[in-house]
Design a protein around this ligand. Structure first.
Ligand code: ZN
Length: 683
């Protein structure tokens, strides 16, 4: 099949004036027709730029009722990035590399015949056909097509290829391809997720074919390629293309949300590591939720990305650079700043003798995309790399994920040492195991019960046994009762960095149990105690909120308490908030206050639509956060969240356990004030 040579109607190209004219004319460099082993010309060590307004022709078919600018993958994504680079003097410092239309044979390096043909045929459809097909695709595969899609998709892919070629041949040092449509979701057998051809995967295969042979001079030879994908979505297409390949290392940082985040399913999980000889050469860092920012990404780079990348020793680095993890992106919900992107770029430039190609993928806040692209470009150009005044530490959720990733990839990479406390199935077969948290919980339960003369609360279900204690007269004596919910079995309790928590070789390792100071206070005030340990590691999969609801329904709701104080620490806070909401405790006049002492974990919030509950919670609640918590930054988005979390108080400590002890005085004063206020009303 011959590809059609239709004359290009320049009048339809969006009117974006480039440096040297419009569209394809604005180029200086020649395409890769020259021999790959020719000696580098005079402008070696420059930074390359691929951009063409022709790639803006692919747009949402306008006969569809939905206006074209409604679709997030809009043509202006690339023009805005180009304009911002130009306004900041970058474009004139870069060597323009001409994108070319990729051929059918080149697409076949990665994709089945049907993928090429599907996109090829789209140029012959009428507008109304295209609208109909798009409506169908949009539902099924998140795709749209117009009569220019074939051309734009070929240029997008060909642009990344030409840039890689220019870098590998030594004509330029590194470069940025501002291209669309994006590529990383396109799988070998299907286009999907705004992606037609997998630009980066095709380029990687093509480069290896072109530069991998013995005949290529050693300094230009490319055997091993690292594809680092920081788009907020998992690059399922790219991982699939190199699933069984040990010459291409694919590392992706993306939102996973338990398999609920696009492209959904378990392929983006940390346990999905490639297969056959490619086992271990796909590394997924799956964030469990949004809000991941520079602290989390840079932590992941230090812990996993850079050690593995360095051990792999790539000859070329390609960054699948979606900017939808950027702060303000409508789809990503994450917080990476231009500084974060610059720093990640800079770290990657330390690999492969600096041969780095950046290829645009997603990114749907056009300004955030452009500013992030600017920061990356300046870094490629060798400008001073911006740095944070002080980088917020990675949140607990991210630290936990990195620990899991390290456990999974440790067998394949010498540089990654799994936590010595992680289970080792290979040496445990048939032996009895006691988890440390289990032993700690049992010991604490015994010790606390003896010291404070508490009784165990019968839990009604074996899996909940030994998790709750109470004053022995709870059901007889009318007085104020404090429900203290915590996760003291957790090994992380005393540490900011759980993966450094314990060195088992050390005889002196210990866990601090700061719950005693809380129980001391409760007993001194002659309040009743209900102590509930909600550490998930020892609940054996039982739901912490179900357990708390059981405690409420069976004991607290029926006991003769005059007033009830809810006090939750760290990991237990979420279940306490759920209890308030499910049992409508705002309507229970006995419940006088809620206090949460937190570390760096996500702060639970009252549901948006529960207006009454929220009012009650803000009046009667206090949340104590370490002064290093990311919410204390000046970011508007975080401020909004903080409002929803109730009255938040900063504590001059870093570790969650110190927050608990440091906040106790304020908690006590707040509880006394609530009690006094209630007495006034009664009087
Ligand atoms: Zn994306």
């Amino acid at each position: 099949m011959q590809s059609p040579q239709r004359p290009l109607d320049l009048a339809t190209i969006p009117a974006i004036v480039e440096e040297d004219g419009n569209g394809l004319d604005a180029v200086e460099d020649s395409p890769s027709s020259s021999s790959s082993s020719s000696s580098p010309p005079a402008f070696a060590l420059a930074t390359g730029l691929v951009y063409s307004t022709v790639m803006m022709l692919h747009s949402y078919p306008t006969t569809i009722v939905k206006p074209s600018d409604d679709h997030p993958e809009a043509p202006e994504r690339i023009s805005r990035a180009f304009i911002v680079l130009k306004e900041n003097g970058c474009v004139k410092r870069m060597k323009r590399i001409q994108p070319r239309e990729i051929t059918r044979d080149e697409v076949a390096l990665v994709h089945d015949k049907g993928v090429w043909e599907g996109v090829y045929r789209s140029q012959f459809y009428t507008r109304s056909d295209l609208a109909e097909i798009t409506a169908l695709f949009g539902e099924r595969s998140s795709l749209y097509l117009n009569e220019h899609t074939f051309l734009s998709a070929r240029l997008s892919c060909g642009g990344v290829m030409e840039l890689c070629d220019a870098v590998c041949s030594g004509r330029i040092h590194n470069g940025f391809a501002i291209v669309r449509p994006p590529g990383h979701h396109a799988e070998p057998d299907k286009s999907m997720g705004f992606c037609l051809f997998n630009n980066v995967a095709v380029a990687a295969r093509w480069i290896r074919q072109r530069y991998g042979g013995q005949d290529v001079p050693k300094e230009q030879r490319v055997r091993k390629i690292l594809i680092l994908d920081w788009d907020v979505h998992h690059g399922n297409g790219t991982q699939r293309a190199f699933e069984e390949d040990d010459d291409v290392l694919y590392i992706s940082l993306h939102r996973y949300d338990d398999g609920e985040f696009y492209p959904c399913g378990t392929y983006g999980a940390s346990a999905s590591m490639g297969s056959g000889k490619g086992r271990g050469f796909s590394v997924n860092i799956p964030w469990p939720c949004g809000d991941m920012g520079d602290g989390e990404y840079i932590y992941a780079f230090h812990q996993v990305v850079m050690p593995i990348a360095a051990e792999f020793g790539p000859d070329l680095v390609i960054i699948s650079a979606g900017f939808d993890a950027a702060m303000g992106d409508p789809l990503g919900g994450c917080d990476v700043t231009p500084i974060g992107y610059a720093q990640m770029t800079w770290m990657l430039m330390g690999l492969a003798k600096g041969k780095v190609v950046v290829a645009l993928e997603g990114g749907y806040n056009i300004e955030a995309l452009a500013l992030s692209a600017l920061a990356v470009t300046r870094t490629l150009l060798g400008d001073p790399v911006p740095s944070h005044e002080s980088l917020a530490p990675a949140c607990t959720a991210a630290v936990d994920v990195l620990r899991l990733v390290k456990r999974d990839v440790a067998p394949y990479w010498k540089c990654i040492e799994s936590n010595p406390l992680d289970p080792r199935p290979d040496i445990e077969d048939g032996l009895t195991r006691y988890s440390l948290s289990e032993l700690l919980k049992a010991h604490r339960q015994q010790e606390i019960a003896r010291h404070f003369q508490l009784s165990e609360l019968p839990a009604g279900d074996r899996k909940w046994d030994s998790h709750a204690l109470c004053s022995s007269d709870l059901m007889d004596t009318p007085r104020t009762v404090v429900l203290f919910a915590h996760d003291m079995g957790s090994l992380r309790a005393g540490n900011e960095r759980p993966n450094l928590a314990l060195i088992p070789e050390s005889e002196g390792a210990y866990i601090i149990d700061s719950s005693k100071v809380v129980l001391d206070w409760i007993q001194q005030r002659r309040f009743g105690i209900v102590d509930v340990n909600l550490y998930s590691g020892s609940l054996h999969g039982a739901d912490a909120t179900d357990f708390l609801e059981f405690i409420w329904d069976t004991y607290l709701d029926l006991c003769p308490a005059t007033d009830i104080v809810l006090f939750a620490h760290a990991g237990a806070a979420k279940s306490v908030l759920s209890l308030i909401s499910s049992r409508r405790l705002d309507k229970d006049s006995r419940v006088i206050s809620t206090c949460l002492t937190m570390g760096h974990e996500a702060v639970p919030m009252v549901p948006k639509d529960e207006v009454d509950l929220r009012k009650w919670y803000i009046k009667n609640g206090r949340v104590f956060l370490p002064e290093t918590h990311s919410w204390w930054s000046q970011d508007d988005d975080k401020r909004r969240k903080m409002k929803r979390a109730g009255k938040v108080v900063s504590v001059a400590e870093r570790r969650p356990i110190q927050v608990l002890t440091a906040a106790l005085g304020e908690v006590a004063a707040f509880v006394d004030a609530r009690l006094a206020a209630k007495q006034e009303i009664v009087a």
